[in-house]
Design a binder for this molecule. Structure first.
Ligand code: MG
Length: 373
Protein backbone atom coordinates (compact mmCIF):
# COMPACT_ATOMS: atom_id res chain seq x y z
CA UNK A 1 0.00 0.00 0.00
CA UNK A 2 1.30 3.44 -0.87
CA UNK A 3 1.75 5.89 1.95
CA UNK A 4 -1.46 7.58 3.03
CA UNK A 5 -2.04 11.31 2.64
CA UNK A 6 -2.62 13.26 5.89
CA UNK A 7 -6.29 13.76 4.93
CA UNK A 8 -6.86 10.01 4.44
CA UNK A 9 -8.40 7.85 7.15
CA UNK A 10 -5.54 5.84 8.59
CA UNK A 11 -5.16 3.11 11.17
CA UNK A 12 -4.19 5.74 13.76
CA UNK A 13 -7.04 8.19 13.33
CA UNK A 14 -10.03 5.81 13.18
CA UNK A 15 -12.74 6.45 15.75
CA UNK A 16 -12.81 2.71 16.25
CA UNK A 17 -15.55 0.15 16.84
CA UNK A 18 -18.59 0.31 19.10
CA UNK A 19 -17.37 -2.85 20.86
CA UNK A 20 -13.64 -2.75 21.60
CA UNK A 21 -11.69 -5.59 20.03
CA UNK A 22 -8.06 -6.65 20.04
CA UNK A 23 -6.23 -5.21 17.01
CA UNK A 24 -6.18 -7.51 13.98
CA UNK A 25 -3.09 -9.56 13.24
CA UNK A 26 -1.56 -9.33 9.77
CA UNK A 27 -4.20 -7.01 8.33
CA UNK A 28 -5.44 -3.49 8.91
CA UNK A 29 -8.65 -2.55 10.75
CA UNK A 30 -10.30 -1.72 7.42
CA UNK A 31 -9.15 -4.94 5.79
CA UNK A 32 -10.83 -6.67 8.69
CA UNK A 33 -14.02 -4.71 7.98
CA UNK A 34 -13.85 -5.67 4.31
CA UNK A 35 -13.31 -9.33 5.21
CA UNK A 36 -16.28 -9.34 7.58
CA UNK A 37 -18.48 -7.84 4.88
CA UNK A 38 -17.43 -10.44 2.30
CA UNK A 39 -18.18 -13.28 4.73
CA UNK A 40 -21.61 -11.93 5.65
CA UNK A 41 -24.89 -13.52 4.59
CA UNK A 42 -26.22 -10.23 3.23
CA UNK A 43 -23.22 -9.99 0.90
CA UNK A 44 -23.86 -13.44 -0.58
CA UNK A 45 -27.49 -12.50 -1.18
CA UNK A 46 -26.39 -9.62 -3.44
CA UNK A 47 -25.81 -12.25 -6.14
CA UNK A 48 -29.54 -12.73 -6.50
CA UNK A 49 -30.67 -9.15 -6.12
CA UNK A 50 -30.95 -6.76 -9.02
CA UNK A 51 -31.11 -3.08 -9.82
CA UNK A 52 -32.89 -2.80 -13.16
CA UNK A 53 -33.37 -6.31 -14.50
CA UNK A 54 -34.85 -9.08 -12.44
CA UNK A 55 -32.40 -11.81 -11.54
CA UNK A 56 -33.84 -14.57 -13.76
CA UNK A 57 -34.08 -12.38 -16.89
CA UNK A 58 -30.59 -13.30 -18.09
CA UNK A 59 -27.27 -14.58 -16.85
CA UNK A 60 -25.21 -11.70 -18.17
CA UNK A 61 -26.92 -8.73 -16.56
CA UNK A 62 -25.38 -7.05 -13.54
CA UNK A 63 -26.56 -8.14 -10.15
CA UNK A 64 -25.96 -6.15 -7.00
CA UNK A 65 -22.97 -8.37 -6.32
CA UNK A 66 -21.19 -7.68 -9.61
CA UNK A 67 -22.25 -4.02 -9.32
CA UNK A 68 -20.65 -3.79 -5.87
CA UNK A 69 -17.44 -5.38 -7.20
CA UNK A 70 -17.32 -2.84 -10.02
CA UNK A 71 -17.85 0.01 -7.54
CA UNK A 72 -15.00 -1.32 -5.38
CA UNK A 73 -12.71 -1.61 -8.40
CA UNK A 74 -13.33 1.99 -9.49
CA UNK A 75 -13.08 3.40 -5.97
CA UNK A 76 -9.84 1.57 -5.27
CA UNK A 77 -8.08 2.84 -8.40
CA UNK A 78 -8.93 6.45 -7.57
CA UNK A 79 -8.06 5.94 -3.89
CA UNK A 80 -4.62 4.64 -4.74
CA UNK A 81 -3.91 7.57 -7.02
CA UNK A 82 -4.95 10.08 -4.37
CA UNK A 83 -3.19 8.28 -1.51
CA UNK A 84 -6.48 7.59 0.21
CA UNK A 85 -7.24 4.48 2.22
CA UNK A 86 -7.94 1.81 -0.37
CA UNK A 87 -9.12 -0.76 2.19
CA UNK A 88 -11.68 1.61 3.66
CA UNK A 89 -13.13 2.69 0.33
CA UNK A 90 -13.28 -0.96 -0.73
CA UNK A 91 -15.13 -1.95 2.46
CA UNK A 92 -17.66 0.86 1.97
CA UNK A 93 -18.13 0.00 -1.72
CA UNK A 94 -18.74 -3.67 -1.03
CA UNK A 95 -21.24 -2.90 1.74
CA UNK A 96 -23.06 0.06 0.20
CA UNK A 97 -25.97 -1.97 -1.20
CA UNK A 98 -26.36 -4.58 1.55
CA UNK A 99 -29.69 -3.15 2.72
CA UNK A 100 -31.39 -3.10 -0.66
CA UNK A 101 -34.72 -4.85 -1.03
CA UNK A 102 -35.33 -7.37 -3.81
CA UNK A 103 -36.25 -5.89 -7.24
CA UNK A 104 -34.19 -2.71 -7.00
CA UNK A 105 -35.92 0.62 -6.61
CA UNK A 106 -39.38 -0.80 -7.24
CA UNK A 107 -39.03 -3.01 -4.16
CA UNK A 108 -37.64 -0.17 -2.10
CA UNK A 109 -40.49 2.20 -3.10
CA UNK A 110 -43.10 -0.39 -2.19
CA UNK A 111 -41.52 -1.14 1.18
CA UNK A 112 -41.15 2.59 1.83
CA UNK A 113 -44.88 3.02 1.33
CA UNK A 114 -45.72 0.01 3.52
CA UNK A 115 -43.59 1.49 6.30
CA UNK A 116 -44.97 5.04 5.98
CA UNK A 117 -46.38 5.02 9.50
CA UNK A 118 -42.93 4.09 10.79
CA UNK A 119 -41.02 6.84 8.99
CA UNK A 120 -40.61 4.81 5.80
CA UNK A 121 -37.87 2.51 4.62
CA UNK A 122 -34.45 3.87 3.60
CA UNK A 123 -32.03 1.44 1.98
CA UNK A 124 -28.93 3.24 3.24
CA UNK A 125 -30.22 3.06 6.75
CA UNK A 126 -31.07 -0.60 6.20
CA UNK A 127 -27.49 -1.29 5.02
CA UNK A 128 -26.29 0.17 8.30
CA UNK A 129 -28.86 -1.91 10.17
CA UNK A 130 -27.52 -5.04 8.46
CA UNK A 131 -23.93 -4.42 9.56
CA UNK A 132 -24.86 -3.04 12.99
CA UNK A 133 -27.52 -5.51 14.00
CA UNK A 134 -29.01 -8.00 11.60
CA UNK A 135 -25.96 -10.12 10.76
CA UNK A 136 -25.68 -12.69 13.51
CA UNK A 137 -22.37 -14.47 13.22
CA UNK A 138 -20.19 -13.37 16.11
CA UNK A 139 -20.39 -14.70 19.64
CA UNK A 140 -19.67 -11.38 21.33
CA UNK A 141 -21.94 -8.99 19.45
CA UNK A 142 -24.76 -8.57 16.97
CA UNK A 143 -23.84 -7.26 13.53
CA UNK A 144 -20.28 -6.99 12.26
CA UNK A 145 -18.98 -4.36 14.72
CA UNK A 146 -17.36 -2.34 11.92
CA UNK A 147 -15.21 0.76 12.36
CA UNK A 148 -16.94 4.13 12.60
CA UNK A 149 -15.59 5.29 9.21
CA UNK A 150 -16.94 2.22 7.40
CA UNK A 151 -20.37 2.69 9.00
CA UNK A 152 -20.34 6.40 8.24
CA UNK A 153 -19.59 5.65 4.58
CA UNK A 154 -22.38 3.09 4.36
CA UNK A 155 -24.87 5.68 5.63
CA UNK A 156 -24.75 7.76 2.47
CA UNK A 157 -28.06 9.54 3.00
CA UNK A 158 -30.37 9.71 5.92
CA UNK A 159 -33.41 11.78 6.91
CA UNK A 160 -32.80 14.25 9.74
CA UNK A 161 -35.37 12.46 11.85
CA UNK A 162 -33.48 9.21 11.59
CA UNK A 163 -30.10 10.94 11.95
CA UNK A 164 -31.18 12.22 15.37
CA UNK A 165 -31.61 8.76 16.80
CA UNK A 166 -28.43 7.29 15.29
CA UNK A 167 -25.93 8.95 17.62
CA UNK A 168 -22.37 9.58 16.38
CA UNK A 169 -22.87 8.09 12.93
CA UNK A 170 -25.87 10.34 12.23
CA UNK A 171 -24.30 13.52 13.64
CA UNK A 172 -22.81 14.74 10.36
CA UNK A 173 -26.27 15.11 8.79
CA UNK A 174 -27.33 17.38 11.64
CA UNK A 175 -24.08 19.36 11.61
CA UNK A 176 -23.99 19.44 7.79
CA UNK A 177 -20.51 17.98 7.68
CA UNK A 178 -19.00 15.73 5.06
CA UNK A 179 -17.89 12.12 5.49
CA UNK A 180 -14.31 11.01 4.76
CA UNK A 181 -12.91 11.29 1.23
CA UNK A 182 -13.01 7.49 1.06
CA UNK A 183 -16.78 7.60 1.63
CA UNK A 184 -17.28 10.42 -0.89
CA UNK A 185 -15.28 8.39 -3.36
CA UNK A 186 -17.33 5.20 -2.94
CA UNK A 187 -20.41 7.30 -3.63
CA UNK A 188 -19.04 8.63 -6.93
CA UNK A 189 -17.73 5.21 -7.94
CA UNK A 190 -21.27 3.88 -7.44
CA UNK A 191 -22.59 6.41 -9.92
CA UNK A 192 -19.87 5.77 -12.50
CA UNK A 193 -20.46 2.03 -12.23
CA UNK A 194 -24.23 2.05 -12.61
CA UNK A 195 -24.46 4.64 -15.37
CA UNK A 196 -22.04 2.64 -17.46
CA UNK A 197 -23.28 -0.83 -16.75
CA UNK A 198 -26.85 0.24 -17.31
CA UNK A 199 -25.83 1.44 -20.79
CA UNK A 200 -24.21 -1.94 -21.37
CA UNK A 201 -27.10 -3.99 -19.94
CA UNK A 202 -29.65 -1.76 -21.70
CA UNK A 203 -28.03 -2.46 -25.05
CA UNK A 204 -27.59 -6.16 -24.28
CA UNK A 205 -31.27 -6.51 -23.40
CA UNK A 206 -32.35 -4.76 -26.60
CA UNK A 207 -34.32 -2.16 -24.61
CA UNK A 208 -31.85 0.49 -25.80
CA UNK A 209 -30.52 0.85 -29.34
CA UNK A 210 -27.05 2.05 -30.25
CA UNK A 211 -28.58 4.69 -32.57
CA UNK A 212 -30.48 6.10 -29.54
CA UNK A 213 -27.32 6.24 -27.48
CA UNK A 214 -25.52 7.96 -30.35
CA UNK A 215 -27.65 11.00 -29.39
CA UNK A 216 -25.99 11.15 -25.97
CA UNK A 217 -22.85 13.25 -26.12
CA UNK A 218 -20.56 11.27 -23.84
CA UNK A 219 -21.40 7.95 -25.54
CA UNK A 220 -21.26 9.38 -29.07
CA UNK A 221 -17.89 10.99 -28.47
CA UNK A 222 -16.28 7.78 -27.28
CA UNK A 223 -17.92 5.64 -29.95
CA UNK A 224 -16.63 7.97 -32.69
CA UNK A 225 -13.17 7.75 -31.22
CA UNK A 226 -13.35 3.92 -31.31
CA UNK A 227 -14.65 3.89 -34.89
CA UNK A 228 -11.88 6.22 -36.01
CA UNK A 229 -9.35 3.69 -34.77
CA UNK A 230 -11.33 0.55 -35.69
CA UNK A 231 -13.71 1.47 -38.55
CA UNK A 232 -15.01 -2.09 -38.99
CA UNK A 233 -15.82 -2.75 -35.35
CA UNK A 234 -19.49 -3.42 -34.56
CA UNK A 235 -21.83 -5.34 -32.26
CA UNK A 236 -20.97 -6.13 -28.64
CA UNK A 237 -17.30 -5.34 -29.13
CA UNK A 238 -18.05 -1.80 -30.22
CA UNK A 239 -20.25 -1.37 -27.15
CA UNK A 240 -17.64 -2.78 -24.78
CA UNK A 241 -14.83 -0.70 -26.24
CA UNK A 242 -16.98 2.44 -26.00
CA UNK A 243 -18.15 1.78 -22.43
CA UNK A 244 -14.67 0.91 -21.25
CA UNK A 245 -13.37 4.25 -22.61
CA UNK A 246 -16.26 6.13 -20.99
CA UNK A 247 -15.44 4.60 -17.60
CA UNK A 248 -11.80 5.49 -18.08
CA UNK A 249 -12.65 9.13 -18.95
CA UNK A 250 -14.87 9.42 -15.87
CA UNK A 251 -12.31 7.85 -13.54
CA UNK A 252 -9.49 10.05 -14.82
CA UNK A 253 -11.69 13.16 -14.60
CA UNK A 254 -12.78 12.30 -11.05
CA UNK A 255 -9.17 11.77 -10.00
CA UNK A 256 -7.91 15.02 -11.56
CA UNK A 257 -10.73 17.25 -10.34
CA UNK A 258 -10.56 15.79 -6.84
CA UNK A 259 -6.79 16.31 -6.75
CA UNK A 260 -7.38 19.95 -7.75
CA UNK A 261 -10.03 20.40 -5.05
CA UNK A 262 -7.73 18.89 -2.45
CA UNK A 263 -4.95 21.21 -3.51
CA UNK A 264 -7.23 24.24 -3.31
CA UNK A 265 -8.73 23.46 0.12
CA UNK A 266 -5.51 21.94 1.44
CA UNK A 267 -7.03 19.74 4.16
CA UNK A 268 -4.43 18.57 6.69
CA UNK A 269 -6.57 16.00 8.44
CA UNK A 270 -9.80 14.01 8.21
CA UNK A 271 -11.40 16.68 10.40
CA UNK A 272 -10.54 19.32 7.78
CA UNK A 273 -12.16 17.10 5.13
CA UNK A 274 -15.34 16.88 7.22
CA UNK A 275 -15.55 20.66 7.52
CA UNK A 276 -14.74 21.39 3.84
CA UNK A 277 -17.28 21.29 1.00
CA UNK A 278 -17.47 17.95 -0.88
CA UNK A 279 -14.00 17.53 -2.39
CA UNK A 280 -14.49 14.39 -4.45
CA UNK A 281 -16.08 15.70 -7.64
CA UNK A 282 -16.14 15.68 -11.41
CA UNK A 283 -15.19 18.66 -13.55
CA UNK A 284 -18.10 20.85 -14.65
CA UNK A 285 -18.21 19.65 -18.30
CA UNK A 286 -18.13 15.97 -17.32
CA UNK A 287 -20.75 16.56 -14.65
CA UNK A 288 -23.05 18.03 -17.31
CA UNK A 289 -22.46 15.08 -19.62
CA UNK A 290 -23.12 12.61 -16.80
CA UNK A 291 -26.42 14.38 -16.08
CA UNK A 292 -27.49 14.07 -19.71
CA UNK A 293 -26.64 10.36 -19.67
CA UNK A 294 -28.60 9.85 -16.43
CA UNK A 295 -31.61 11.63 -17.87
CA UNK A 296 -31.38 9.51 -20.98
CA UNK A 297 -31.30 6.32 -18.92
CA UNK A 298 -34.23 7.43 -16.82
CA UNK A 299 -36.46 8.13 -19.80
CA UNK A 300 -35.39 5.33 -22.05
CA UNK A 301 -34.43 2.48 -19.76
CA UNK A 302 -35.85 2.85 -16.24
CA UNK A 303 -39.19 4.03 -17.66
CA UNK A 304 -39.19 1.62 -20.62
CA UNK A 305 -42.57 -0.12 -20.78
CA UNK A 306 -41.03 -3.57 -20.38
CA UNK A 307 -39.18 -2.44 -17.25
CA UNK A 308 -42.35 -0.70 -16.02
CA UNK A 309 -44.31 -3.95 -16.36
CA UNK A 310 -41.74 -5.79 -14.26
CA UNK A 311 -41.43 -3.07 -11.63
CA UNK A 312 -45.19 -2.95 -11.30
CA UNK A 313 -45.23 -6.67 -10.59
CA UNK A 314 -42.32 -6.27 -8.17
CA UNK A 315 -44.14 -3.54 -6.22
CA UNK A 316 -47.18 -5.77 -5.96
CA UNK A 317 -45.14 -8.73 -4.69
CA UNK A 318 -43.49 -6.63 -1.97
CA UNK A 319 -46.64 -4.90 -0.76
CA UNK A 320 -48.77 -8.08 -0.89
CA UNK A 321 -46.16 -9.92 1.16
CA UNK A 322 -45.99 -7.07 3.66
CA UNK A 323 -49.76 -6.85 4.04
CA UNK A 324 -50.14 -10.61 4.46
CA UNK A 325 -47.53 -10.77 7.25
CA UNK A 326 -48.93 -7.67 8.88
CA UNK A 327 -52.45 -9.12 8.94
CA UNK A 328 -51.29 -12.56 10.06
CA UNK A 329 -47.86 -12.57 11.76
CA UNK A 330 -48.05 -16.38 12.12
CA UNK A 331 -47.19 -16.57 8.42
CA UNK A 332 -43.67 -15.37 9.23
CA UNK A 333 -40.91 -18.00 9.63
CA UNK A 334 -40.54 -18.91 13.35
CA UNK A 335 -37.39 -16.87 14.06
CA UNK A 336 -39.03 -13.76 12.61
CA UNK A 337 -42.30 -14.48 14.37
CA UNK A 338 -40.46 -14.48 17.71
CA UNK A 339 -38.83 -11.18 16.81
CA UNK A 340 -42.18 -9.75 15.67
CA UNK A 341 -43.47 -9.83 19.24
CA UNK A 342 -41.38 -6.75 20.00
CA UNK A 343 -41.80 -4.89 16.71
CA UNK A 344 -44.00 -6.39 14.01
CA UNK A 345 -43.66 -3.96 11.09
CA UNK A 346 -39.89 -3.49 11.51
CA UNK A 347 -39.45 -7.28 11.61
CA UNK A 348 -41.49 -7.67 8.42
CA UNK A 349 -39.41 -4.96 6.73
CA UNK A 350 -36.18 -6.73 7.78
CA UNK A 351 -37.48 -10.05 6.48
CA UNK A 352 -38.60 -8.64 3.13
CA UNK A 353 -35.51 -6.45 2.65
CA UNK A 354 -33.32 -9.51 3.19
CA UNK A 355 -35.06 -11.48 0.42
CA UNK A 356 -33.43 -12.07 -2.94
CA UNK A 357 -35.56 -11.55 -6.06
CA UNK A 358 -36.17 -15.25 -6.53
CA UNK A 359 -36.84 -15.86 -2.83
CA UNK A 360 -39.48 -13.11 -2.85
CA UNK A 361 -41.13 -14.65 -5.92
CA UNK A 362 -41.06 -18.10 -4.30
CA UNK A 363 -42.46 -16.76 -1.02
CA UNK A 364 -45.20 -14.97 -2.95
CA UNK A 365 -46.14 -18.23 -4.68
CA UNK A 366 -46.07 -20.15 -1.39
CA UNK A 367 -48.46 -17.64 0.17
CA UNK A 368 -50.81 -16.85 -2.67
CA UNK A 369 -50.75 -19.54 -5.38
CA UNK A 370 -53.64 -21.99 -4.99
CA UNK A 371 -51.76 -24.77 -6.80
CA UNK A 372 -48.97 -24.65 -4.16
CA UNK A 373 -51.35 -25.93 -1.42
MG1 MG B 1 -25.04 0.98 -5.75
Amino acid sequence: MTELAPYAVGPHNTRGRVRREAPPVGRSEFQRDRDRIIHSTAFRRLEYKTQVFVNHEGDLFRTRLTHSLEVAQIARSVARNLQLNEDLTEAISLAHDLGHTPFGHAGQDALHRCMSLRGGFEHNLQSLRVVDLLEQRYAAFDGLNLCFETREGILKHCSLKNARRLGAVGARFLKRRRPSLEAQLANHADEIAYNNHDVDDGLRSGLLGIEQLAQVDIFARHMKQVLREYPKLDGRRLVHETVRRMISTLVVDLTRQTAKNIKMHAPCSVEDVRAAPPLVAHSAPILRQQKVLKQFLRHNLYQHHQVARMTNKARRIVSDLFNAFNAEPRLLPPQYYAQAQTDLTRTIADYIAGMTDRYAIREYRRLFAVEEI
